[in-house]
Structure formats: C-alpha cells, structure tokens
Design a protein around this ligand. Structure first.
Ligand SMILES: NC(=O)c1ccc[n+]([C@@H]2O[C@H](COP(=O)([O-])OP(=O)(O)OC[C@H]3O[C@@H](n4cnc5c(N)ncnc54)[C@H](OP(=O)(O)O)[C@@H]3O)[C@@H](O)[C@H]2O)c1
Length: 431
C-alpha cells in the first residue's frame, strides 16, 4: 500500500483539530484513499507542548521553523495552517517549486499572491488545494472548480464573514454595534482586533479567491469595491425591515459577464446591502455563511453552513488532504489550466439606500433631491422618520437603479451641502 507522508505547519485552532481528526479517523481515511496517511512532521512555535497535548508519537518530527519542512526527506505534502503572510508564502512557494502538494486555509495568502502561487505550482508541478480558505466548512470552491466546471457561472452572492453577520443579526434585534461586537468577542466569534472583518477586507480576500477561481485570472483584493459595516446602525436595520421589507447583510457579490465573447467582465463588490426578507440570504443569521451561485444551466444553487471554527475548517482541510491523496495515488500529472484572459472590471447599475443627517431647516430636502436629480438619479422613496435632535434630522432616500460612480458623485455633492452632516449610511439594494 502506498504511503502519503504529510507535515502540518501551525498547531493552532485549525491545525490542532486537523491533526486530531487525522489521528482519530486515520483508519477510515486510509481505507477510502487506498493509501496510508502518515503524519511525519509538525511545526509550531510551541511544537513540543502542542505535540504532547495532541498525543503525537515520538516518531513524528517536531520543528519550530516552517522553512525547514520542504527539505524533509520523502515528504509528499505540507498542510499550511500558520496564518499570516510572510512565513506561509515562503513555505508554500518552496513546497510547490519542489513539486510537493500543499493544502492551505490561508485566504490572505491566496488573495495577495494568486499568480505567484499558480506559477510556482506550474513550474514545480506541485498541487495546491485551498477549500478552507473561503466559507470554512462549506465546500464551495470544489463546487465551483469541479462540479460546475461544465457550466457557466454567472454570479456568486455570499455572506462570507461570520463575525459581521453575527453583529448585524444582533443589531437587527436592537443591540448597539459596540455591544454586538463585545458579544461576538465573548463568544470567540470576533478577534481582539476585528478590523479586517468590520472593514470588509476579509470578505474582499474571499471574493478575490472565488472570482480568480471562476475566471482563471487573478482578481486582486484591491480591485474589489469594498465597504465595511461601520456606518450601519440599528436605526437603519429597523427602518429597512419595517418600511422596506429588507434586511441588512454584509454581502459579497461577484458577477461574470461576457465570458463566451472576447471581453470577459467581472464585477466584484463587498459591502452592506439590503436583501428582500423573502430572499434566501436574508434568513442566514448569526455566525453562519451562505453562498448563492447562479449558473447558466444549473440555475440557482444555495450553499449554507459554518464559515469558521475548528471543526468546519478542519473538515475542509481533510477534504483537501483526501483530494490531494487521490491525485498522488493515481499518479496523474497535475492539471495545469491555462489562465483565462484578464477580465475587465465592470460596475452594473443598482438601487441605493441613503440615510443622511440634516439641519432642521426649510430647503434642505429640495437641495438633496436636486443634487440627485442633476446627475439623473431618480428617487424611489423618501422619508423623514423624525428625530429629537434639530441639528441632525434623519432623511432616508432609496433610489432607482443608478451607476455606482454617478451615485458616488451625487453623494459627494450632497455631503458638501452646509446643512448636511458628514455622517451617513449607504447600502445597495439587492434586486
Ligand atoms: N480559525 C478559523 O476558524 C479558520 C477558518 C478558516 C480558515 N482559517 C485560516 O487557517 C489558518 C490558521 O488559522 P488558525 O485560526 O488555526 O490560527 P492560529 O490559531 O493562530 O494558529 C496558527 C499557529 O501557527 C503558529 N505559527 C504562526 N506562524 C508561525 C511561524 N512562523 N513559525 C512557527 N509557528 C507559527 C502560531 O503560533 P503563535 O500563536 O505563537 O503565533 C499558532 O500556534 C489561517 O490562515 C486562517 O485564516 C481559520
């Protein structure tokens, strides 16, 4: 029976659970693979203590420096679960160039270095698997890459950040943003520094990976229009639910057009969006993730589950280890897909929600509507829900579909009005 010799780098939340499951499910994994899975080395800053805690045998090598892993004799694959950028990048590139298999859960690394990793894999004939990098336990990447390989994916809509989804869920029950964040931190659903989640950057990295996989061409995270949830308040959530029949979600949208023609176009956006209450994504609450894939032939497909946590992430990592194992056992050469033509960035029209704070003076409303009208943006609804502070009376406007660029210009004009405060909330309306 062939042996697959693995090393795991990083024995934190995901690495420890991966090693624990590799040990406890070893027999059934080996049977399904038709090969022996051997954990030959582990690496972590506190490797001795972690290996002891996990009950690893003395024969498993213990290293503290990940750079030493690729040179271990007889190694087939490295599972990178270090987190961060520099050390994982060096480790993964070195493994791929040597022809080793790599499993990683590191969306930051993939989003920042997509082309470099793909090139290294091509040069060294290494294999790279990364299911856990997007939506944790939800097998969305294999679905897009393999199951839907014969279809044409037109769009992906997702809730890919459990922290912000939990916070927005609590806010829709009336909690303040600060209290909702504290609750998420108490439950271990938010990090001490939650800025990557709240700013939308974590979701932008994930949509970068999704879109790059679908188009075969790197969409850099910086090319994703990204807006966080900092400006969304419980008053927006309450108004949206009662007056508009919608719920606020930090939404990821990637639309792919023109792929059969000469000019592939991709539109990628992360930001707070108002989803109709009857839309399947509106029901995705708490720390759950969901992805709605719109494919030309298969139609709409909905994937739902936990996007983070030791169990869901380790499940995806083990799935990758098995996929890699099957490829290595079969001896087939690694697939080397040709990169697709670089898609142009697109921006389709959408309707907007805008909440402003205005001085309670005559003529303010007409100045705001005139600024929108000058740029041809038509108003769908306008409300002044009333407030007790005459220095900041809320005005809530929803528009008919408009180009995001034009809406941005109108917003700049509105915020320059002396009677309008700088604090405002903008959300897109999902059709
Ligand atoms: N946690 C999740 O739910 C989840 C879900 C999906 C994907 N992921 C991804 O999975 C990866 C691992 O996440 P995690 O939550 O398991 O992280 P974690 O708990 O911080 O574990 C990482 C471990 O690797 C060690 N380490 C980091 N850099 C090292 C280096 N240069 N040399 C030696 N040891 C090093 C860390 O030691 P120190 O603590 O001393 O730095 C820590 O023990 C990340 O890329 C993350 O984005 C996580």
């Amino acid at each position: 029976m062939r042996s697959l010799r693995l090393a795991v780098a990083g024995l934190g939340v995901v690495g420890s659970e991966t090693v624990r499951l590799l040990k406890s499910r070893r027999e059934s994994l080996c049977r399904r693979l038709g090969a022996r899975l051997e954990l030959v080395a582990v690496c972590d800053r506190r490797v001795a203590a972690e290996a002891r805690r996990l009950g690893l045998p003395a024969s498993t090598r213990r290293l503290t420096d990940p750079a030493r892993l690729p040179a271990l004799p007889g190694l087939d694959a490295v599972v990178e679960l270090l987190g961060g950028l520099d050390a994982p990048r060096r480790l993964v590139l070195s493994c791929l160039r040597r022809g080793l298999g790599v499993v990683t859960a590191n969306k930051r690394l993939l989003a920042q270095s997509w082309d470099e990793l793909r090139r290294a894999a091509g040069q060294g004939r290494g294999r790279l698997h990364f299911e856990a990098s997007v939506a944790g336990g939800i097998p969305i990447l294999k679905a897009l890459d393999l199951s839907l390989a014969g279809d044409r994916v037109e769009a992906v809509y997702g809730i890919l950040n459990g922290t912000t989804n939990f916070i927005l869920s609590r806010m829709s029950e009336g909690m303040t943003p600060a209290a909702a964040l504290r609750r998420a931190q108490e439950l271990g659903l938010a990090e001490k520094d939650p800025s990557l989640d709240l700013s939308g950057q974590d979701s932008a990295d994930k949509v970068s990976v999704l879109a790059s996989l679908v188009t075969g061409s790197w969409l850099r995270p910086g090319q994703v229009r990204t807006q966080g949830i900092a400006d969304v308040g419980p008053e927006d959530m309450a108004f949206a639910e009662t007056e508009l029949g919608r719920r606020a979600k930090l939404l990821v949208v990637a639309r792919f057009t023109g792929r059969d023609g000469r000019e592939p176009r991709v539109e990628a956006f992360v930001g707070p969006a108002l989803v109709p209450l009857e839309h399947p994504l509106a029901a995705v609450a708490d720390e759950f993730n969901a992805v709605l894939v719109r494919a030309a032939s298969a139609g709409d497909l909905m994937f739902y589950g936990k996007g983070a946590g030791a169990g869901p992430a380790a499940s995806a990592v083990l799935g990758d280890i098995m996929a890699l194992g099957r490829e290595l056992v079969s001896g087939a050469a690694p697939a080397s897909p040709q990169p697709g033509p670089a898609p142009r960035l697109a921006d389709s029209d959408c309707a907007f929600y805008l909440r402003l704070g205005a001085l309670d003076r005559p003529g303010v409303l007409s100045a705001v509507t005139a600024a929108l009208g000058r740029l041809g943006i038509s108003i769908a609804t306008i409300n002044q829900p009333g407030g007790c502070d005459p220095k900041s009376v809320p005005i809530i406007i929803t528009t008919h579909p408009a180009s995001p660029g034009t809406f941005g210009r109108a917003l700049r004009d509105i915020l320059a009005l002396p009677s309008i405060s700088r604090r405002h909330t903008v959300m897109r309306l999902l059709p």
